[in-house]
Design a protein around this ligand. Structure first.
Ligand code: PLP
Length: 370
């Protein structure tokens, strides 16, 4: 199947950057197991260690703090289960990888704008007698609404209660400043395919005080993550990380301009449209828009026919269109939560893509119950 002409679903996965695709292909051609001592193995090891440097630099970590995984989902699971805390507290808008990533998760509410309620977090921490027992998980920015979370403030509160702090920063790099030290978190998850690298590769950054226990046995990644390293995937991750690190501020400003054009166009076509999280700080590339009386499924299908690819809520799991748990947590009713689509922009997006979306969406907007 050919790619849709107007791909506006970068939060689900970003098209692979040419630099990353080339690096993947080169590593595939080169072959080699990084654990082998012969020259081919040593070359593969160099690819892995080079990726460790590139990914560390992307989030201002040290290379030895980076543990490679099979993606953001595994990084979240490794953080939450591997940190050894028997209880977790997570925001209600976390990705399912976090909400289901620990056997005992207490959910912390968010405001109607989708921002973690810090007072509620403090109450939960006090009730949980968190000292040495709890890991708190707060995402950097939400994948459905783009709402940026007060991670630093949450980390300060959590640390004051003796909790560890994990941040799912999968949607951050390339869009907002993503720095493990500035965020003051102990654990930080990343995923290559959200930044134009290949899918199936990610990283957990673990700062020094945290002794992460592996989820399964084996020796790789200094005993913290077993399994032969995905060398081609890591080569692609490194290439994408370097491109992003070099130019993300300019790119974020470009995306914000496109997003503003998109949202102005949406409002002009249907003033009753709801832009979720509009009152909060948001990623520059994400718009979650609800159209009263028109289901997301109807919108997706009409847009798809017009060659415009967007998604309803989180597209990560089954592809089915259920009510978004993120919007429900923000106070949406069931029906409202089924009416929202997510438009997410990225490195391939042009004004032409935004205008194509608006042209295809206008007839739907005209059908909305104002
Ligand atoms: N966390 C967030 C916020 C995400 O958006 C996603 C993917 O959509 C993940 C985790 C899972 O990452 P991966 O697809 O690499 O497993």
């Amino acid at each position: 199947m050919t790619r849709p002409v107007h791909y506006l679903d970068h939060n689900a996965t970003a098209p692979i950057r040419p630099e990353a695709a080339e690096a993947v292909m080169q590593a595939l051609r080169d072959g080699g197991n990084p654990s082998s001592v012969h020259a081919l193995g040593r070359r593969a090891r160099m690819v892995v260690e080079d990726a460790r440097e590139a990914v560390a630099a992307l989030v201002n970590a040290r290379p030895e703090q980076v543990i490679f995984t099979s993606g953001g989902t595994e990084a979240d699971a490794l953080a939450l289960r591997g940190c050894g805390r028997p209880r977790a507290v997570a925001s209600a808008v976390e990705h399912s990888a976090v909400l289901r990533g620990h056997p005992d998760v207490a959910v912390c509410p968010v405001t109607p704008d989708g921002v973690l309620d810090l007072a509620a977090l403090e109450t939960l921490l006090a009730e949980a007698q968190a000292d040495g027992q709890v890991v708190v998980s707060v995402m950097l920015a939400n994948n459905e609404t783009g709402v940026v979370q007060p991670v630093k403030e949450a980390a300060r509160l959590a640390h004051a209660h003796g909790a560890l702090v994990h941040c799912d920063a999968v949607q951050g790099p390339g869009r907002i400043f993503t720095d493990v030290h500035a965020l003051r978190v102990d654990l930080l998850s990343l995923s290559a395919h959200k930044i134009g690298g290949p899918p199936g590769v990610g990283a957990l950054v673990a700062t020094d005080p945290v002794a992460v226990q592996p989820l399964f046995a084996g020796g790789q990644e200094r005993g913290k993550r077993a399994g032969t390293e995905n060398v081609p995937g890591l080569a692609g991750f490194a290439a994408a990380a370097r491109v992003v690190a070099a130019g993300w501020r300019e790119e974020a400003a470009r995306l914000a301009t496109l997003r503003d054009r998109l949202e102005a166009g949406i409002r002009a076509r249907q003033p009753a449209a709801v832009i979720w999280g509009a009152g909060a700080a948001r990623l520059p590339n994400t718009t979650c828009v609800g159209l009263p009386g028109v289901t997301a499924q109807t919108q997706l299908m009409a847009l798809d026919l017009a060659g415009v690819a967007v998604s309803a809520g989180a597209a990560c799991s089954s592809g089915k269109v259920g009510p978004s748990h993120v919007l429900l947590a923000m106070g949406a009713g069931e029906a409202q939560a089924r009416e929202a689509i997510r438009v997410s922009l990225g490195w391939t997006t042009t004004e032409g893509d935004v205008d194509a979306f608006l042209a295809a969406w206008a007839p739907l907007a005209a059908r909305a119950a104002a």
